[in-house]
Design a protein around this ligand. Structure first.
Ligand code: SF4
Length: 451
């Protein structure tokens, strides 16, 4: 039976897409392996959002060129956003590549893999090189990310509810790599969640590039509620589901019906990841983020009053073209005011074929680096403060498995999405229980289970 290895670069969306591909290969009789040297098929599912992920994936595939010389029978493929953005040009850079499959074609990967393996089996050395490039759009592709393999005791799962984005933030390549917004139906999503819960999953995270704008082009409002809120209500009502999360929302479209849902749906976990990107109105405009810092702040106030104790995390870009010291200071002030539970801080990196790449006044790298470091210090301090507040309290956690840093311990997440590490028997994995929080460091909490 052929063996495959799949590695994912990028976000939870890419992870979910990889699981779909893995599921379809396993269903066709392939065996998944954890190391590329054991595989007959090596697939890299790639991100294009940040230059670093792009370069890492290219470097990895470049290195695999050596393996291809020793074992010409192996099928090598690039999937996902980078494959979509670069298409056939990847074949010129990496002649050992067999497959370049875009973001609307994950469901076709298994057929293409079989075709490539078959070609390799019968290929004469003087044949021209065989390769498949498929980066075309496909109607209905949003509904093809729907199957996943659930491991024993798996407690959490991601469910993709939509694909694409129409927002056109000037730094972002996603609208180009993922296409326009397309949503699955509520019925399809409910069926997937029910199947996961039946297999023991207790927590679901609904995924979309702008998750709260789910269904805005396809489905109407009902009783003043957006399609996303209707979906949250429907998923919440599934018996056996304990926790519900969603990521990532856009401040635009985070309306009162969604805030009311935070107050009225107890299964919704107390955590919202709400990308800010900048605290400067001028820079937000240049980014084509269509909200103001004031609007963002008032949203935070509403969310916190709807669900006291809720954790709020964010994404921020420093060094966007034209960002002055004064603009950066506005971001800094806003960060101090909000006191986020955590944040991902990114140094702006130029993505070709995005409007921001050609903007004047690109910020020098040392300046970006300095702002990055400064903001991280500020965020780390507020993360530490938020964690320290929990020491001496009891928190409900869902135990996800072994701690990544110490396999003699287990780890779980609070409803506020904070990691708690503790010692206990492995039969706790997949269960929900309380832990007494005993101490905190920068990003993790440490505790012991209590009954
Ligand atoms: S909302 Fe903006 S940043 Fe997010 S995926 Fe869409 S274009 Fe990219």
């Amino acid at each position: 039976m052929p063996k495959f290895f799949i590695k994912t670069y990028g976000c939870q969306m890419n992870e979910r897409d990889s699981e779909q591909v893995a599921h379809s290969l396993i269903a066709r009789g392939y065996e998944r392996v954890g190391c590329e040297s054991d595989a007959d098929v090596v697939l890299l599912n790639t991100c294009s959002v940040r230059d670093m992920a792009d370069q890492k994936a290219l470097g990895k595939m470049g290195m695999l060129g050596r393996t291809a010389k020793e074992r010409p029978d192996i099928v090598f493929g690039f999937l996902g956003c980078m494959a979509q953005a670069r298409g056939a040009s990847l074949l010129k850079e990496m002649p050992h590549l067999d497959l370049v499959i875009g973001t609307q074609k994950f469901h076709r990967v298994v057929d293409y893999v079989e075709e490539a393996l078959e070609q390799k089996r019968h290929r004469r050395m003087d044949d021209p090189r065989f390769s498949i490039v498929d980066v075309e759009a496909e109607i209905g592709s949003q509904s093809t990310i729907r199957d996943q393999w659930v491991a024993p005791k798996q407690a959490t799962a991601f469910v993709s509810i939509m694909q694409g984005c129409n927002m056109h933030c000037t730094f972002c390549i996603v609208p180009r790599t993922r296409g326009a917004e397309r949503s699955r139906t509520i019925e399809q999503i409910i069926a997937e969640v029910r199947a996961l819960v039946a297999q023991g999953v207790k927590e679901i995270t609904l995924l979309g590039q702008i998750v709260n704008l789910y269904g805005r082009h396809e489905f109407g409002k009902c009783d003043g509620k957006s399609p996303f809120v209707q979906l949250l209500e429907a998923v919440s009502s599934i018996e056996g589901l304990e926790r519900l999360r969603f990521t990532s929302p856009h401040p635009i479209g985070f309306r009162d019906d969604l805030i009311a849902a935070l107050a009225s749906l107890p299964k919704l976990a107390e955590h919202v990841h709400l990308p800010l990107q900048s605290g400067s109105d001028r820079i937000l405009k240049a980014m084509h983020r269509t909200y103001t810092p004031e609007k963002y702040l008032s949203l935070i106030t509403k969310i916190r009053s709807a669900r006291p104790g809720i954790a709020i995390t964010t994404d921020i870009i420093v060094g966007f073209p034209g960002e002055t010291d004064a603009d950066y200071q506005l971001t800094r002030n806003l960060v101090e005011e909000v006191q986020f539970d955590n944040a991902f801080v990114f140094r702006y990196s130029r993505r070709s074929e995005t409007p921001a790449a050609d903007m004047p006044d690109q910020v020098d790298e040392p300046v970006k680096e300095q702002r990055n470091r400064d903001l991280l210090e500020l965020i780390n301090a507020s993360t530490r403060r938020a964690n320290e507040k929990l020491v001496g309290t009891k928190a409900e956690i869902l135990c996800e498995g072994l701690s990544r840093t110490n396999s003699a311990r287990l780890m779980g997440r609070t409803r506020t999405n904070k990691v708690v590490v503790f010692e206990a028997d492995e039969d706790r994995i997949g269960k929900i229980f309380d832990v007494a929080i005993e101490h905190a460091n920068g990003f993790s909490l440490y505790g012991r289970p209590v009954n």
